[in-house]
Design a protein around this ligand. Structure first.
Ligand code: UD1
Length: 433
């Protein structure tokens, strides 16, 4: 298995360019299945999740051409359902967006239950409720999802989501794009990548209003046409570098960011004693003094993002005093705490609450990435720790961070990736399309 080896204790300095948003890309690539014509997408992050989704589209007949490393043309003029995608759809969460886009494009869908990080139970009942309300007959059994629109096309309606769900909001919005009539989706999530997906679809001819508020209204269209679109920068990748600088100390400017999307993260880091300067499309993060404890509760946007909880909790493990972190989104997102304890962190977890007693130092140790953001937290812990930290299961980290090692090294970090000489151990990781 590949691993990262981090020698800690170095402060970070310099400039890092933030990549396109993973969670926007993993919604927009499946949505492109509905576009008849060439869509050019810029700022696609080079991560394994986007590679796998592109591979799925290719297996369904899409023609994909990279213009450069982060810009590609997707032509879904001649696409079809295919059983060949199932091995890939099982591996990542966002494959469930194909339910919405297949129903929009073909009037039927055929995929598997999605994979993705394990934060406890991850139901998709709200996705299914939305599809059913739009007139899909759903058949979910033995890990497969089959759906068919009554009469061959989904029909607009009013849908109230019982839970504020990013995934259900995206999936229902995608499905409604090509339904007949008007769909109103209430109690929706407001994350920046939901707005980005709506902007993408609108630029291809959709009629979606209200993304970024609690209610989204979709006037269904018969067809989507080609066009070009540039993805927003990744809020969580940016937040991860901000947390890393907070942990190690130093001064780093993050470029290609939307500072407004980072407000929820910046606010907490400032409480912890970090200095943050905002420009139009950059932020500079500086930490010279001691870190102060704070309390955090994760919430849907614009609240503090659950996807930043492991990284910032890791920094709080080194802050003066006691911090209380409450996970408000997922049932089981503290598995990484056992790994941090191996490095000397003092954290007690009781259900959704973690009580963090700051320590003076973390010490390098062999640890594992339990999931994508937990893996990023281990890297931050390793950068802050005295001695050497070895991080296994980095396949999780590479699902979501473009060139993590290269970007950190440019900032002065001592981190290397050690590749397993046995290529068989990388089976299941799709090659670039
Ligand atoms: C997305 C993100 C993930 C992030 C999460 C919350 C992607 C690919 N992943 O995940 O990184 O942590 O948003 O910001 O974008 N729920 C239900 N029923 C449903 C759907 C969700 O009860 O049908 C619950 C979940 O169990 C969870 C909460 O709603 O407690 C939020 O989940 P949701 O926003 O849907 O997360 P994902 O879209 O899976």
């Amino acid at each position: 298995m590949d691993k990262y080896v981090v020698k800690g204790g170095k402060q970070l300095f310099g400039q890092v360019d933030i990549s396109g948003a993973k969670n926007a890309a993993v919604a927009i690539i499946p949505a492109a299945l509905m576009v008849e014509g060439v869509c050019r997408i810029e700022n696609i992050p080079q991560i394994s999740d986007t590679k796998k989704l592109l591979e799925m589209l290719a297996l369904m007949g899409a023609k994909i051409r990279f213009v450069n490393k982060t810009t590609l043309d997707i032509d879904c003029s001649n696409v079809h359902l295919s059983d060949d995608i199932y091995d890939l759809t099982r591996q990542i969460r966002a494959s469930y967006y194909l339910i919405g886009s297949m129903l929009g494009r073909f009037g039927k869908a055929s995929t598997t239950m999605p994979g993705g990080c394990n934060f406890g139970v991850r139901p998709i009942d709200q996705h299914i409720k939305g599809m059913k309300a739009l007139g899909a007959v759903m058949d979910i059994s033995r890990g497969f999802i089959k759906a068919e629109a009554k009469g061959g096309r989904l029909k607009g309606t009013r849908i109230y989501l019982d839970k504020v769900s990013v995934g259900a909001t995206i999936n229902v919005m995608i499905a409604a794009t090509m339904a007949s009539g008007i769909t109103v989706i209430e109690n929706v999530a407001r994350e920046p990548h939901i707005v980005d997906l709506a902007n993408f679809l609108n630029s291809m001819g959709a009629d979606i209003r209200g993304a970024g508020t609690d209610v989204i209204k979709v006037r269904g269209v018969d067809k989507l046409h080609g066009g070009s679109y540039c993805l927003i920068p990744d809020q969580i990748e940016a937040g991860t570098y901000m947390a890393a600088v907070a942990g190690t100390g130093g001064e780093v400017t993050l470029t290609n960011v939307i500072p407004k999307h980072l407000d929820c993260i910046s606010a907490k880091l400032i409480e912890m004693g970090v200095e943050i300067e905002e420009g139009e499309d950059f932020v500079t993060v500086r930490r010279t003094g001691e870190l102060t404890h704070t309390n955090i509760k994760t919430l849907p946007y614009p609240g503090f993002p659950t996807d930043m909880q492991p990284q910032v909790s890791t920094v709080l493990a080194l802050a003066n005093g006691t911090s209380v972190v409450t996970e408000g989104v997922w049932d089981n997102r503290y598995k990484y705490v056992n790994e941090l304890r191996k490095m000397g962190a003092e954290i007690q977890v009781d259900g959704k609450t973690a009580v963090i007693q700051g320590v003076k130092k973390l010490y390098g140790a062999p640890v594992a990435a339990c999931d994508l953001r937990a893996g990023a937290a281990m890297v931050i812990a390793g950068l802050c720790a005295e001695g050497t930290t070895t991080i296994e299961d980095i396949v999780y980290i590479e699902r979501g961070y473009q060139d993590f090692v290269g970007k950190l090294r440019k900032l002065g970090a001592d981190i290397v990736k050690i590749s397993d000489p046995d290529p068989k151990s990388d089976e299941g990781i799709a090659e670039a399309v």
